[in-house]
Design a protein around this ligand. Structure first.
Ligand code: GLY
Length: 394
């Protein structure tokens, strides 16, 4: 009897091992295939960009490109660096270097809070991959430019300039720009950049979140005394709703801040945000969120593939800092997102979609802008998630 039990247990263990190996090799193949596809597809994309501009989207058969001061200008070169890192395709590397030259003047730009997106996703990856010190100088200068928007009375970096709607608006997205600051301090720039990023993260933690860890999109402050004037939205369905990409930025932002600081409050915050997202009754089975968790018309509302990609990448990082149960859950959901985004439902066919990788993102639904289209940052975070999965979990 003992012998039979032993044989049965051994057979069970063998079949588990076999299933795991098969699953592992299918993810290796999926990721490698996606990077090869991306290298070919971005050669199509590269033909659609006028001199001095950066690609943003594609709609009605037309490529949409933007001026370099647009918040997304760094994602094209960043995506190219991710593709180059995996494929070692020299044509892609050349294009990545050209794309950096196009956006380099942004290093002294102080007109918005997006310098982190613009200059860290691009030059940060370039420096990480090549070690070229000239890139580091540009990163430091960009960090200095970003800190000009910090107001010690508000204890935050101002996201957008004041206008008829806002006095000192801070959006949850701004958490993402702290990576530029903290990284710069860590790597030889002024320590005050890290201090500012911690103060900003703490102010956001205090004022942007609801008890269920969902976040408001915009908090407007009185710049004279730091009092909160209003909690509102710009791109979400309503002031009280949970705009999906905002939740994704928050998740990514606090996981990233924990990476740098090891402050348990940031870990707790990121895990709380993950719980809000992953247990939300409106999160679809393929784990690609609707554009807002409270969008009208669910389950027929538009999706936001970009939010899915950001969540996948963030969960893969958060899993690194979490205990076994949470780690397993986060990696499983990230894997589901990666598989969904790599499927025909979201991933474009070769040569189509204007050369972008992913379809079905939503930029700003209430502004009737970029609805159900490819978006450059969806591609960027998708590629980042693929790379993170390969580096950490295969
Ligand atoms: N940071 C702007 C957006 O997520 O649309």
């Amino acid at each position: 009897m003992k012998k039979i039990n032993f044989i049965l247990v051994s057979m069970l263990l063998c079949s588990i091992c076999f299933a795991q190996t098969r699953d592992r090799s299918s993810m290796v193949k999926l990721i490698d295939d996606e990077f090869k596809f991306a290298a070919d597809q971005y050669k199509v994309l590269s033909k659609n960009i006028p001199e001095g501009q950066t690609p943003q989207s594609y709609a009605n058969g037309q490529s949409i490109n933007k001026d370099i001061k647009w918040w997304c200008s760094g994602f094209y070169s960043g995506s190219l660096w991710y593709i180059y890192e995996q494929t070692k395709d020299e044509t892609i590397k050349k294009e990545a270097e050209e794309a950096l030259k196009t956006i380099a003047p942004n290093q002294t730009y102080t007109g918005n809070h997006d310098l982190g997106f613009m200059m860290y996703c691009s030059f940060g990856n370039a420096y990480r991959i090549t070690g070229n010190e000239a890139y580091k100088d540009i990163i430091f200068r960009s960090a200095a430019s970003l800190t000009t928007r910090y107001n010690p009375k508000v204890q935050s970096i101002q996201s957008w300039n004041a206008n008829k709607y806002w006095k000192f608006p801070v959006i949850i997205d701004n958490m993402m720009n702290l990576e530029l600051l903290y990284w710069s301090s860590r790597n030889g720039a002024d320590k005050k950049y890290a201090d500012i990023s911690i103060i900003h993260a703490n102010t956001t933690l205090k004022n942007h979140f609801r008890p269920d860890f969902s976040s408001y999109h915009v908090v407007d402050y009185n710049p004279e005394n730091g009092n909160v004037l209003r909690k509102a939205t710009w791109q979400g369905a309503a002031d009280c709703s949970s705009w999906s990409r905002g939740q994704a930025w928050a998740l990514y932002g606090y996981a990233m801040m924990y990476r740098f600081t090891k402050d348990k409050a940031y870990l707790k915050q990121a895990q709380g945000i993950a719980k809000f997202i992953l247990t939300h009754p409106n999160l679809p089975a393929d784990k690609i969120p609707f554009w807002d968790f409270d969008a009208q018309g669910i389950p027929y509302a538009k999706r936001d593939a970009s939010a899915g990609a950001i969540i996948a990448s963030a969960l893969l990082e958060l899993a690194q800092y979490s205990g076994d149960d949470k780690k397993k859950e986060y990696v499983n959901v990230a894997e589901t997102i990666i598989k969904s985004l790599s499927s025909d439902t979201y991933r474009a066919k070769a040569g189509q979609n204007g050369g972008f990788l992913l379809m079905h993102s939503t930029g700003a639904y209430p502004l009737n802008s970029e609805i159900d289209v490819p978006l450059i940052y969806a591609d960027y975070y998708y590629l980042e998630a693929l790379g993170r999965y390969k580096k950490w979990y295969l």
